[in-house]
Design a protein around this ligand. Structure first.
Ligand SMILES: Cc1ncc(COP(=O)(O)O)c(C=O)c1O
Length: 365
């Protein structure tokens, strides 16, 4: 028998989440399009299998860079791929032409590379504007001239989609999202230029942010980007279940400690179940004692420090836990958002940093 720890990836749930995302895009207009963002190994879910499941539904996918997009092409993914960080060197322009990658450019160096490239066929380009996040994007005052350079370049084909990215769309009472929307709309004028603004929280929570192309990532994987209940986000179906089985069970006396550094000490005679999952599998090392997990579908709590390969849990109040019993670290019955909040991190991070070592098992479709 192999080590039982694995991430079960439900591709039916993934597709249902995409359909929900797209149903929100088309509330903007019936021709609105919805990219499927599969960067960072599809937020830890496995880029290739995820892209294969989304390709029949989405008009295009989005990766961070050429290397990620090339991996998808090698696996036979044929739809256009938006490169959210654009190109990193001039030679990547030819790769865009060859492979139907659509770079989202954000600085004049990238634009120089495109307009000066000798390429066999012109490429589609997206242009990103910095409306206030101040991470990537053209400064608004440079937008008209850089847009014109691309527009008049023989190396660029089709409409240039103008994009921006939100700093705080997950905060539904933060007016800055509206400021960013207004800045982009006032810069691009009368609605002739196709726009792309919405990430997951904006698509779910900010009607005005929905536009011609929407770019959901996180919501496709089934978690809410909000910290409070939300009628649309709460319809999402978790795609990943992080599962394993109990490896070992022991009874310890009151006063005994558990794990590295003896950080958890039994206040009563206790039953400790050891689980073959650790930070080497992507379980957060800073999850404190008390973090919930499910054993046989019932809540137990972490007891002691997370090790590289193992965690220890207090199952004293659960009926007769045994080696081989089912464990869910997060998934459909225990949301990754709850575990992330215990570990003082974001659910984006927990999902994305699941390492290659954890087996991924795909179901559905
Ligand atoms: C430019 C851009 N668009 C879209 C997304 C998707 O965002 P989310 O995962 O919040 O939907 C990201 C993610 O970081 C991004 O950087």
């Amino acid at each position: 028998m192999t080590r039982p720890s694995h991430a079960l990836i439900d591709l039916d749930a993934l597709q249902a989440n995409y359909r929900l995302a797209h149903s929100l895009s088309v509330r903007h207009s019936s021709s609105a399009q919805t990219l499927a963002v599969v960067k960072a190994n599809a937020y830890g879910h496995g880029a290739i299998q995820t892209a294969m499941a989304l390709e029949p539904l989405a008009p295009a996918l989005a990766a961070a860079c050429c290397d990620e997009a090339l991996e998808l092409r090698s696996a036979g993914i044929a739809k256009p791929i938006v490169l959210l960080e654009g190109i990193f060197s001039a030679d990547e322009v030819a790769l865009c032409a060859q492979h139907h990658f659509w770079p989202m450019v954000e600085n004049s160096r990238q634009i120089d590379a495109i307009v000066n490239a000798a390429i066999p066929a012109p490429i589609n380009v997206w242009l990103k504007v910095d409306t206030g996040m101040h991470r990537l994007g053209m400064q608004p005052q440079d937008f008209p001239s850089q847009y014109q350079r691309l527009k008049t370049s023989a190396n660029v084909i089709g409409d240039i989609v103008v994009a921006t990215h939100f700093a705080s769309a997950d905060e539904l009472d933060n007016p800055f999202t509206r400021t960013q929307i207004e800045r982009l709309r006032s810069l691009t004028g009368d609605g002739q230029i196709p726009l792309s603004m919405a990430n997951s929280p904006a698509l779910l929570g900010w009607e005005d942010a929905r536009a011609d192309w929407n770019r959901p990532g996180f919501m496709l994987y089934g978690s809410s980007p909000f910290s409070a209940p939300h009628p649309l986000a709460d319809q999402l179906q978790p795609v990943m279940s992080f599962n394993t089985r109990v490896m070992s069970v022991r009874h310890i006396a009151a006063g005994e400690a558990v794990g590295y550094g003896e950080t958890w000490r039994a206040q009563r005679p206790s039953t400790i179940a050891t689980i073959p999952v650790g930070y080497g599998d992507g379980y957060p090392r800073n999850a404190p004692s008390g973090t919930p997990l499910l054993v046989n579908g019932m809540r137990a709590t972490l007891a002691g420090r997370v090790s590289m390969d193992l965690i220890t849990t207090d199952v004293t109040d659960l009926p007769s836990v045994q080696a081989g019993d089912e464990v869910e670290l997060w998934g459909k019955n225990l949301l990754v958002n709850e575990v992330a909040s215990w570990a003082n991190t974001s659910p984006y991070e927990l999902l994305t940093r699941i390492p290659g070592r954890l087996r991924r098992i795909y179901s559905g479709q």
